[in-house]
Design a protein around this ligand. Structure first.
Ligand code: GDD
Ligand code: MN
Length: 375
């Protein structure tokens, strides 16, 4: 690595890295030292750095990163508080880089770091924008790292992405890839910060077609800790597919909000019926059912739709108040619109739907901006 001295000073200056490897982490403390050690062995002759983007892990991951960073300038750590989510973490890590080439890789050693030099070389040739390490091409494999159920789920997710988004990648779910940083800068404003699937989102959101190469690798076993992929991640993935297939008309969040709202209707009706059967008269039963549904919607939205902005402690309760207040305006707006609609087009179900749509849109937009504003 060339070391030169800036004119007029005698402080040695080192040029910045050519490659930034971004590693998102959530409770991966035990894997950190081993990963850095393996990287140092695997990447020879490239000026690299590794950036861990940690979502405030409780196991002291960031401390492990910092102590390595004190001894090795190639190691950096970015601690995020409040914010959560794999895609957002990867994006922030890539945006923190000034290197011409950036990569994303998991911390749990399931990705083969020995692929990195080859990926770097392919990008250096100049005719490639993005290199994806794939488990599903000749020579690759996922069987070591996946149980049977995960393996089938993952294949289904690939098929959906291919048919809905016309994406020609053998492994669009891969969390292991490398690309030219300027492409990230270009696409960043259009990316969803939620969910697991940053690669798929980048390819689907790019306005010009990306020149993509794939290289096969064996998806290994997780060394320490456990997987964070859960049912919510799967829901978010389906949301991303719909969002991208509709040309971003429907956002993932709005979809989640709408689904929670539909579930809320069921909660409402079930509560109403329960109370009526137990002898309550209609008006008090309906009032109690409305409040129950509202509390249900708020609680589920808080931990699902807006889980990256989740309100905790006393903020949970002030949020419930805001949610209730905003949704009451939503009712007023919805009733107003459906009444006007009904006058010109007297079909009850159409007018009813129009009112519901306006109410839902109002609730979504205002609650996103107020109750769950990004801080
Ligand atoms: N900062 C941050 N925030 N990191 C996270 C978060 C988060 O909310 N959730 C997960 N991570 C980190 C983990 O610590 C790990 O380093 C990496 O992201 C992957 O998470 P895993 O929990 O190990 O995912 P997986 O092994 O089940 O999923 C793998 O396969 C998927 C495709 O099926 C990964 O390679 C995914 O990237 C891939 O999409
Ligand atoms: Mn993993």
């Amino acid at each position: 690595m060339p070391i030169f001295t800036r004119e007029g000073t005698d402080t040695p200056v080192q040029p910045g890295p050519e490659l930034t490897v971004v590693v998102p982490t959530l409770n991966e403390r035990a894997n950190i030292p081993l990963l850095v050690e393996r990287m140092a062995e695997a990447i020879i002759g490239i000026n690299w750095e590794i950036v861990f983007v940690d979502d405030d892990s409780k196991d002291g991951t960031i401390q492990a990163v910092r102590s390595l960073a004190n001894a090795d300038h190639r190691v950096r750590g970015l601690r995020r508080i409040v914010r959560r989510g794999l895609a957002g973490a990867c994006l922030e890590g890539m945006l923190s880089s000034s290197a011409p080439i950036v990569a994303v890789m998991d911390a749990d050693l399931q990705h083969d770091e020995k692929c990195l030099p080859e990926m770097f070389r392919l990008l250096g040739a100049g005719d490639t924008d993005l290199v994806v390490a794939t488990r599903y091409d000749a020579g690759g494999s996922a069987s070591d790292g996946f149980g049977d159920f995960r393996a089938r789920g993952s294949k289904l997710a690939v098929r959906l992405a291919k048919s809905l988004l016309k994406i020609e990648l053998s492994d669009p779910m891969s969390g292991f890839f490398m690309l030219r940083r300027e492409i990230v800068d270009e696409i960043a404003p259009r990316l969803s910060q939620q969910g697991f699937k940053i690669l798929l989102d980048m390819v689907a959101s790019s306005q010009r077609p990306l020149r993509i190469r794939e290289i096969p690798y064996r998806f290994g076993q997780r060394l320490h800790g456990e997987s964070k992929l859960d049912a919510t991640v799967v829901l978010e993935y389906l949301g991303l597919l719909v969002a991208k297939a509709s040309g971003d008309l429907v956002s993932t969040r709005f979809l989640a909000f709408g689904m929670v709202g539909s579930a809320g209707v069921i909660v409402h009706l079930a509560t109403l019926r329960l109370l009526l059967v137990n002898g309550l008269t209609f008006t008090p039963a309906q009032t109690a059912a409305m409040f129950t549904a509202m509390a249900f919607n708020y609680t589920v939205n808080n931990s699902l739709t807006y889980r990256d902005r989740r309100r905790r402690g006393w903020r949970f309760f002030t949020g419930l108040g805001m949610f209730a207040a905003l949704c009451s305006f939503g009712v007023v707006a919805g009733v107003g619109v459906s009444s006007v609609f009904y006058q010109s087009e007297p079909r009850w179900w159409l007018a009813g739907l129009a009112g519901a749509a306006v109410g839902a849109a109002w609730n979504y937009v205002t609650n996103s901006a107020v109750t769950w504003r990004s801080r």
